[in-house]
Ligand binder design. Structure first.
Ligand code: SAH
Length: 257
């Protein structure tokens, strides 16, 4: 604890609220959200937990205002119990990192608890069957904070490793060619018959769409790729069965069934 700042009675929770339906919130997330004085987050996420808002003060903050939001949450948490909500898991491209970084830089003593949630990859994988039971790499195509050449290097590394690849942030209005470029890079190292799952709004009450296709035909479904979509690209052993994707773990090499 820093000597320069005295700690109040507050606490800051960074709460992963899962993919978007109440059923996929964890018990801990519900318990925390019901017990805090203040809930802070962007509008979309606050709408997802609307049913839990009773007397808590709610602070809505816009997209792109993450640094301000983190600073404000930390400041408030010196005296109050504050929950900052983050979609999916609070670590995976979530607010946990920024909150801890801002806390470190401002040297404010606040008690911080990171509450995990069901990340988009798990939500999407559950709808596709069993695509990620083996090693996988997860890459975000958002080049707002990571330069595109670094993203390309990571795509190449993942594609050549034959790991299953999960793609977050495949497209936005400003960046609508990133997904096409990513598919091109992966196709240099992986066959056209490799299974691909394109899932939009997984486990959300509205707008859910699940497509099982192949790498060669993935771009035919580009209209289903936006900022609410996660894409999973299988490895060389992944297969499509009954509109599901199965990536063998390797049991078949050891056991008969
Ligand atoms: N922390 C979040 C990810 C934030 S990045 C998590 O752990 O899930 C935002 C990206 O997550 C979106 O562009 C999309 O690729 C993915 N995503 C989040 N929720 C999703 C959902 N319900 N269905 C499909 N993809 C989702």
């Amino acid at each position: 604890m820093s000597q320069s700042q005295s700690q109040g009675n507050g606490k800051l929770y960074v709460v992963g609220i899962g993919p978007g339906s109440p059923e996929h919130l964890t018990l801990r997330a519900v318990e925390v959200l019901e017990s805090v004085d203040v809930i802070i987050g962007n509008g979309t996420y606050l709408d997802q937990i609307d049913h839990l808002i009773t007397g808590q003060r709610v602070i809505r903050s816009g997209m792109g205002k993450e640094v301000d939001r983190a600073g404000k949450a930390i400041e408030l948490a010196r005296e109050r119990k504050v929950a900052m909500v983050s979609g999916g898991d609070s670590n995976v491209y979530g607010m946990a990192g920024l909150v801890l970084e801002v806390a470190r830089h401002t040297d404010l003593d606040v008690d911080i608890e990171v509450v995990p949630g069901v990340t988009a990859l798990s939500a999407v994988a559950s709808l596709l069957g069993a695509p990620v039971v083996s090693d996988f790499a997860v890459i975000s195509l958002s080049d707002l904070l990571t330069p595109w050449d670094v993203i390309e290097q990571r795509l190449t590394a993942a594609a050549t490793s034959d790991m299953v690849i999960g793609i977050y942030n495949p497209k936005s209005r400003q960046r609508n060619t990133n997904f096409m470029m990513a598919v091109e890079i992966i196709r240099r190292h992986r066959g056209d018959s490799v299974p691909v799952g394109i899932v939009q709004n997984a486990l959300r009450p509205v707008g859910e769409s699940v497509i099982v296709t192949t790498l060669g035909e993935a771009m035919d479904h580009e209209d289903k790729v936006d900022m609410s979509t996660t894409v999973i690209i299988g490895n060389s052993e992944s297969r499509i069965w009954n509109s599901k994707i199965i990536t063998p773990r390797g049991y078949h090499k050891k056991y008969e069934y």
